[in-house]
Design a protein around this ligand. Structure first.
Ligand code: FES
Length: 159
């Protein structure tokens, strides 16, 4: 028998608390998604439905915001998130080689999480670091002018 999904009272209170600041609850959507993600690491379909009930907004509207923001995860992710820039300047400076090395070392494809839950690999639009490309972020750390050779050591520093 499956248990009914519920947001914690902390999550509900945090979201309800946001209502004080906005007349239009749509403005709270991204904040509500962040609140849930902070507690759970990602935002499930059931969480989207529960947020929609609190904000009185359709689940599909919540879903479209969640999908738009690349920093909201709609499936479980690893302990460390690698985001590689696949925009034009990083393309010209060879992000594909970096990605290939990442996929080989981690034995995953873009969008996947390693079996040990250590890394998730995701593409992202321009990281605003074009003059130092190719660029990746691991969690909140930005890495510039990467070479394929630099990747193994870089990964070693994340457990
Ligand atoms: S194009 Fe990659 S950081 Fe801007």
């Amino acid at each position: 028998m499956s248990t009914k999904f519920v947001l914690s009272s902390f999550e509900i209170n945090e979201i309800e608390n946001q209502k004080k600041y906005y007349e239009n609850y749509r403005a709270i959507t991204i904040e509500a998604l962040k609140i849930v993600q902070k507690q759970r690491g990602w935002v499930s379909d059931q969480a989207v439905i529960e947020i929609s009930k609190i904000l009185n907004i359709s689940p599909s509207d919540i879903e479209s915001v969640a999908t738009f923001y690349s920093q909201i995860y709609r499936q479980p992710v690893g302990r460390n998130i690698i985001r590689y820039c696949d925009s034009v300047v990083c393309y010209l400076t060879g992000y594909q080689e970096i990605t290939k090395v990442l996929e080989n070392i981690l034995s995953i494809k873009t969008g996947d999480t390693t079996l040990d839950n250590r890394f998730t690999l995701l593409p992202v639009c321009c990281l605003g670091n074009c003059d130092k490309s190719p660029t990746i972020m691991i969690n909140e750390d930005l890495y510039s002018k990467l070479t394929p050779e630099s990747i193994p050591n870089l990964l070693d520093s994340y457990k």
